[in-house]
Design a protein around this ligand. Structure first.
Ligand code: NAD
Ligand code: ZN
Length: 342
């Protein structure tokens, strides 16, 4: 089969025409992949940065954002059928930890990632544990199905705290920050301000949702607050850049007693002025992945009830043009990029 493979421990990805089709186990299904999304994680693997070097086994098929159709089910699988259109959770959990025994699958310390620690979805076929599969309602087509993984990050983060009537600050207008803006709007926030230093991303944010884009390289957040007639600060902060200055700015403008959900992954440890957290009595919550499967339920339900994130897809490419997709991602000149495997 055709697949994008990390074939060698060096920068790049290679399109193989002769990967073996995965052999499924009794609790797995085989999915014929139709559309995939390129994730920032895939770009780290493409560039072969220090994180990728210590994490990714080579050779391996990569990719974890996908939608497709079930073409084979394992002998123990009772709830899924050949022909179903599906996406799925990319975090594969064990059943041994205290958290998973208690049904809190997203807290499993033994979590492994499809396309990160085990063969992935940038391929004509991907093997997935049946437990991870999420059937797609008819109204959610394959390209939306292929970006449910990052939408799930956005939903998990945004819905961590009550947003109704609240003023929300999102730092980082990458695809996930932009989708979080749309979710906050859908959920009933009052002001939704989103920051970045990349004008392409800020323009896209304003096209996808009714948010206030702020280029923090040019404008001060306090001036924006004055313009919006906000007196005291933001109730909820969603950190979605991983950039240390963005988090420091967020601390400056949070309301006393405010809540911050942290999704962005910093490249290295950095110093924080803890006094601002202590004296403002802020609550900070780290976010990893999606809640299994409450986030999936909420995001499908919101898509069915009018949440529109399709404009975040800025590029639709054939598999053969994958290099163009990765280079565009690396330059940050895009929203989501979807590859077509059909
Ligand atoms: P992205 O890299 O596309 O977006 C980050 C954005 O932050 C970029 O547009 C960048 O220009 C912007 N930025 C840089 N400096 C800034 C500053 N000072 N102020 C405001 N914005 C600034 O990433 P993404 O795919 O949208 O993901 C968002 C973040 O979430 C990344 O850090 C990613 O690694 C992380 N992530 C975490 C999880 C998790 O499970 N915790 C899952 C997926 C992604
Ligand atoms: Zn992803």
């Amino acid at each position: 089969m055709k697949a994008l493979v990390k074939s060698r421990p060096e920068p790049g990805l290679w399109l193989s025409e002769s990967e073996p089709v995965p052999v499924i186990g009794e609790d797995d299904v085989l999915v014929k992949v139709r559309k995939t999304g390129i994730c920032g994680t895939d770009v780290h693997i493409y560039k072969w940065d220090p994180w990728a070097q210590k994490t990714i086994p080579v050779p391996m098929v990569v990719g974890h954002e996908y939608a497709g159709e079930i073409v084979e089910v394992g002998s123990h699988v009772r709830t899924l059928k050949v022909g179903q259109r599906v996406s799925g959770e990319g975090h594969v959990v064990g059943m041994r930890s205290r958290a998973t025994r208690a049904g809190k699958f997203h807290l499993d310390p033994e979590t492994r990632g499809i396309g990160v620690n085990m063969p992935g979805a940038f391929a004509e076929y991907v093997k997935v544990p049946a437990f991870n599969i999420v059937p797609l309602p008819d109204e959610i087509d394959d390209e939306l199905g292929a970006i449910l993984d990052p939408l799930g990050n956005a939903v998990h983060t945004a819905l961590s705290f009550d947003l109704v009537g609240e003023d929300v600050l999102i730092t980082g207008a990458g695809p996930i920050g932009i989708m979080a803006g749309a979710v906050a709007r859908h959920a009933g926030a009052r002001h939704v301000v989103i920051t970045d230093v990349n004008p392409v991303r800020l323009d896209l944010a304003a096209k996808v949702a009714s948010v206030t884009p702020v280029n923090v390289a040019e404008e001060d957040l306090r001036d924006v607050m004055a313009r919006l007639k906000m007196k005291e600060g933001f109730d909820v902060g969603l950190e979605m850049s991983g950039a240390p200055p963005a988090f420091q700015q967020m601390l400056d403008v949070m309301l006393m007693g405010g809540h911050i959900a942290m999704l962005g992954i910093p490249a290295a440890p950095y110093a924080v002025d803890w006094n601002r957290i202590v004296f403002k009595m802020l609550t900070i919550k780290g976010i990893y992945g999606r809640e299994m499967f409450e986030t999936w339920h909420k995001m499908l339900a919101m898509l069915q009830s009018g949440l529109d994130i399709r404009p975040v897809i800025t590029h639709r490419l054939k598999t053969a043009d994958f290099l163009q997709g990765f280079e565009t991602m690396a330059r940050g000149e895009c929203g989501k990029i979807v590859l077509d495997w059909s």
